[in-house]
Write a new protein. Structure first.
Length: 227
């Protein structure tokens, strides 16, 4: 088991910090759930609890829609994904907000290392959320990667490796901050370190048995500064 001193020493050497979006930088669960439930209701299916839908987030919109219809016990229509994206696109910022103390945490971290975003959310929606919540200032445009670009989505490591390479940083010197097992697998496959955000809704379904002594944790955004 690592001592606190060794953990602090390890974190202090990171040259790039990459963040997941949903459940890590921002709490977007209600807006995502509202859009999914509007889609279900339009197909005469019963809505699902917000926390149930939150546990479906992480693998991209297509997987979320498929999971929602399975949970509702109904087959999705052929245009289900397009309809969900339209519904969600109208309410990206209705309730979505940065997690408490996230802006000031990013401000402080940006003075220590370059920051980046890696998400499975489409890039247009990602940029709209970052801009609308005044978080875009902390991330250079070429250091924000979405799930609809040329690279495969998480947990494939290509996006994380690209961000590290573009920043001139080795993967081992990169810290990936995320809330889900998808993020954990991405960091593992890239050879990067992972810091799990236990406050995020993706952590609710994290398989605890996979955690190792190399994994770092935070229970609030400001905890990143303590590292």
């Amino acid at each position: 088991m690592q001592t606190e001193q060794s953990r602090h020493a390890a974190v202090s050497t990171f040259s790039l910090i990459v963040f997941d979006l949903d459940g890590t930088l921002v709490d977007s669960r209600k807006d995502i759930a509202d859009a999914a439930n509007l889609l279900l209701e339009s197909c005469d299916a019963a809505p699902l609890p917000e926390d149930t839908i939150g546990r479906m987030v992480g693998d991209g919109a297509a997987t979320l829609v498929a999971r929602a219809f399975v949970a509702a016990g109904q087959a999705p229509p052929p245009d289900a994904l397009a309809r969900f994206l339209d519904l969600y696109g109208r309410r990206l910022l209705a309730h979505t907000r940065p997690y408490p103390h996230m802006p000031e945490t990013l401000e402080a971290l940006s003075r220590r290392a370059p920051l980046a975003v890696l998400t499975n959310k489409p890039i247009a929606a990602t940029r709209e959320i970052l801009s609308g919540l005044d978080l875009a200032r902390y991330f250079a445009a070429d250091r924000v990667l979405g799930g609809d670009g040329p690279l495969p989505r998480k947990p494939e490591p290509a996006g994380l490796l690209r961000l590290a390479a573009d920043a001139g940083v080795e993967a081992a010197m990169t810290l990936f901050v995320g809330d889900s097992v998808i993020d954990w697998r991405t960091a593992r496959r890239a050879g990067s370190r992972i810091c799990l955000a236990r406050y995020g809704f993706g952590f609710e379904t994290f398989p605890i048995e996979t955690i190792t002594t190399d994994d770092l944790f935070v229970d609030a955004a400001a905890d990143l500064l303590k590292l």
